[in-house]
Every structure is written in C-alpha cells, then in structure tokens.
Write a protein that binds this ligand. Structure first.
Ligand SMILES: Cc1cc2nc3c(=O)[nH]c(=O)nc-3n(C[C@H](O)[C@H](O)[C@H](O)COP(=O)(O)OP(=O)(O)OC[C@H]3O[C@@H](n4cnc5c(N)ncnc54)[C@H](O)[C@@H]3O)c2cc1C
Length: 447
C-alpha cells in the first residue's frame, strides 16, 4: 500500500466486512437425474425461490458460479424498507395517464410492502439471527427542494405500504444524523437495517433444511431447449431440468443474451470503519437509523449491527476501480458528511454489482419453462427475496396469470443497448456534477 494510504487500518481487507461473520459457503449436493426446477444464481432471489419450491415438495437445484451468495446478496448495505424506491421510480418512469399511473403505482407499492412483510416473516419463521434493527430508514434531503417534493410522496406511501412515513425538519434531523449537510429528511418507520450475509446464510439453511440442493462453483455455461425441458451445461457436468429460473441480477451475462440486453450491471461500493469510540458512533447516528440520500448519485450508511462501526456506501466510480481507490473516494464522501470522523481508518472495502432496468422496476416473467427474477435497481434485500419466492409460487401454480405487480410484461430494452455499459462514466459523472452544483447553490442560499 502507498504512503498516501494512511486511511487504511493495519488489518485492512479487500473483502466485505459482512464476510467476517458469515462468509459465502461452498456446497456440492448431488442433483436428481431429472430436476424439477434448476435455478441459476444463489443470491436472495435464487435461494428464496428454491426455499418456496422445496417446501412444496418440488426438487429445486441451485447452480452458482462462485461460492453461495457471493454476488450482491452478501455485499449490500443491508438497508431495508418496502416501497420507497419503487415509488421513486414509478413517479419518473411511466408514459401512462395520471389515473393509470396512480393505479399501477398503488399496486406496486402494495407489493413492495408485501416484500417487506415477506422478509420479516422469513426472519421470524426461521429464527434468522441477522442483526435486524427495525429502527427506521431516513432519506436525507440533499437540497431544500427535495424536502418539498418528498412531502407529496408520503400520503400514497402511508396509504399503500404502512410505511409510517413522516417528514423531519432540519432541526429534527439534527437529533438523528450528526451531519450539517442535509435539509431535513423523510423518515420511514417501517424500515431498518440488518446483516446481509447472515440473512443470506439463514435463508440458505432454511432452503437446505426444506430439501433444496446447491452447487457452488457450478457456473451454467449453456441452456439448451430439449423435449420436456432444458439441458444445462455447467462447470460440474450436464443436468436436465423441466423448468429453469434465471436469478443472476447484476451478473446477467452471455448465458442469456436477450436478458443481458435488458439489465444494466452497475458497480456499487462500500467501506467499513474501524470500531469507533461509543460517543463518536452515537454522534453520527444517535437513533441507529439507516440513511440514504435524495441526490442522484446516492450515498447510504448505517452502523454495524453491534453499533461500533460506520458502514458507508455509494457509487464511488463509474469505471472499474480497485477497492483501494473506491475506499479513498468513499472515505472523502464520508468525511464530507461527518467531519468528526477525521482520522478514522478503514478496515474493509468492497464492491458488488446491481442490475438497473430501463423502466427502473424489478421484474419477474418468462414462460415455456424458462423464467427470470431480475432488476433490483439497487434495492433488493426484501424485493429480490420476495420476487424469488413469488416466482417459486408461480411455477408451482402452473398458471400464466401474473402473481404480482412486478409480473407484468417483458422487461423493456433499448435499441442501442447491447449489454455494454460504456456510457455509464459520462452519465454518472454528469449526475455527480449536477448533485454538486445543486448542493453549492443550496448552501449559498442558506441563511
Ligand atoms: C454494494 C451494494 C450495496 C447494496 N445495498 C443495498 C441495500 O442497502 N439495500 C437493498 O435493499 N439492496 C442493496 N443492494 C442490492 C441487493 O444487494 C441486491 O438487490 C440483491 O442482493 C440481489 O439479489 P439477487 O439474488 O437477485 O442477485 P445476486 O445476489 O447478485 O446473485 C446473483 C448470482 O448469480 C450468479 N451467477 C451469474 N451468472 C451465473 C451463471 N452463469 N451460472 C451460475 N451462477 C451465476 C452470481 O455469481 C451471483 O452470485 C446493494 C448491492 C450492492 C452491490
């Protein structure tokens, strides 16, 4: 490490902090000769799909390219709230008239709330010990105008999602977040944060307990249509399955070229600090809420489950960059929000992939025995788990009817997008510039 790397603790690691308590495991179960449902990807979506299928007696086998859960599901910020992100996207993404848009948004919000209920029940039913703090989630306002526009969003959110959302003025927020940067916040009481890898580990145990089988380091290299099902060519041999589920989210690649054109894989980054003195940790987040921001290029943060570290994330770079580079950028962003953390060292830095879609919505769909659950758009702890479960239910029912509001129509694609996100650097940099400009203007207007 270079001399300028003084932000790094002596025990600094380029792996998710979460893996210290729960590293993605390996597994090599023997699949049956004919698999009912082969699931590709062992993140939340694939694992919950397998759990639902196995509980109903179907043979479900999950093929994972790496260790189980090594994708986004054991790397996230672990922030959870049902509805906020779906609403944000619904408001900006539809060409329908106002009443259609409202009805569609209401249905999506109800299902986003169902995703929250699903994850709460899952944790409770399987006794998953995953540091679940239902302490609420804040969206901190980057500029005063965001405060006003968020106010208008709370009524539908409360009506359809039981979010128990309310606005906090700048003065009220001072008791919640020890940063001078924000212009108030929206508080979602029905939210909080958890340990994402322990959640995944608990799901995995539940799915295995129900009879689902898992193969790690078993990348699926080809899917061939055959009479009565599909032949899967994998790193661990060939297998026949009646039905196939694609649950590859931000890792969707050339295995499924059509789906690859419908999702944009984007890197997101995180750091964890060394243990903080209790007073310093309390000065940052005295009420232990999870925090996200209203700006375009969002930063988000929360305390670790034991309350001792700050876990801070965001899109640090829009081109591939090392963990050390993204750690430096996130460290700067962290100090900007919390100058009191000057001198605090970083112990872990890592990144992961999320999947954005052209309508900014998650989707389940497919047919003819080949289904998908994709497109978390940055928020998938509850949503992708729920969509995996919903897809399991759909397959079990054998019905072609939509099972929820995210099961409607194909994922859109763009005629000029073929799966290469070369343009992200320009778009992301422009957004960052706009965020900074708006913030400068807002602070000049500050009395
Ligand atoms: C840094 C970061 C922070 C985040 N913070 C939050 C947050 O605070 N709150 C929130 O709600 N969401 C957050 N997210 C998003 C959330 O983590 C994801 O939405 C969720 O984990 C997606 O789960 P998944 O099962 O769909 O995909 P993943 O967990 O990514 O799993 C997909 C799996 O498919 C496997 N795969 C791909 N191709 C193949 C193949 N050919 N054969 C076999 N396996 C294959 C991959 O190896 C991968 O393990 C964050 C994501 C990141 C990266």
């Amino acid at each position: 490490m270079s001399a300028a790397a003084s932000i790094f603790a002596p025990d600094y690691k380029r792996i998710p902090y979460w893996w210290e308590a729960c590293a993605p495991p390996e597994r090599d179960d023997a699949p049956p000769a004919r698999i009912d449902v082969a699931i590709i990807g062992a993140g939340y979506a694939g694992t919950c799909c397998a759990l639902t299928l196995a509980e109903a007696g179907a043979s479900a086998v999950v093929f994972e390219a790496g260790a189980l859960g090594q994708g986004a599901s054991t790397r996230s910020g672990g922030q959870v709230s049902g509805g906020v992100n779906v609403q944000k996207k619904a408001l900006t993404s539809s060409a329908e008239d106002a009443s259609q848009q409202q009805a569609r948004m209401a249905a999506r919000l109800r299902d986003a709330a169902a995703s929250m209920t699903y994850i709460e029940h899952l944790i409770e039913r399987h006794g998953i010990d995953c540091g679940w703090h239902k302490t609420g989630r804040l969206t901190a306002m980057w500029i005063p105008e965001h405060y006003e526009s968020w106010k208008a969003r709370l009524a539908p959110l409360n009506e359809h999602t039981q979010a128990r959302a309310r606005m906090l003025t700048r003065e009220m927020l001072a008791k919640e977040v020890g940063s001078p940067l924000y212009h108030g916040a929206a508080l979602i009481e029905r939210g909080g944060h958890l340990h994402p890898a322990q959640l995944h580990g608990g799901m995995l145990d539940a799915a295995i307990g129900a009879g689902a089988r898992f193969l790690s380091h078993a990348a699926v290299e080809a899917i061939e249509r055959k009479t009565g099902g599909y032949l899967l060519k994998t790193a661990k041999g060939e297998f026949f399955a009646t039905t196939v589920v694609i649950a590859t989210n931000g890792h969707t690649g050339s295995l499924t070229p059509d789906l690859k054109r419908r999702v944009l894989s984007i890197a997101s980054h995180m750091i964890a600090t060394e243990e903080l003195p209790p007073d310093l940790a309390r000065s940052i987040l005295p009420t232990n809420r999870a925090v996200s921001e209203s700006r375009r290029v969002v930063n988000h943060y929360r305390l670790s489950p034991d309350g001792k570290r700050l876990v801070f994330g965001g899109r640090a770079r829009f081109i591939p960059a090392s963990e050390d580079t993204t750690a430096r950028l996130l460290h700067q962003a962290m100090l900007r929000r919390f100058p009191q953390l000057e001198g605090t060292k970083i112990t872990h830095s890592w990144g992961g992939n999320v999947a954005m879609t052209f309508d900014s919505m998650p989707h389940i769909g497919g047919g003819d025995g080949l289904y998908y659950a994709l497109g978390c758009n940055g928020s998938g702890v509850a949503m992708m788990s729920y969509l995996g479960h919903s897809l399991g239910r759909k397959i079990l029912s054998g019905s072609t009817e939509p099972v929820n509001a995210f099961d409607r129509g194909a994922m859109p694609r763009h005629p000029l997008y073929f799966g290469n996100t070369w343009f992200l650097f320009a778009v992301g940099s422009w957004y960052q510039f706009q965020d900074a400009r708006e913030q400068r203007r807002a602070s000049r207007r500050q009395p």
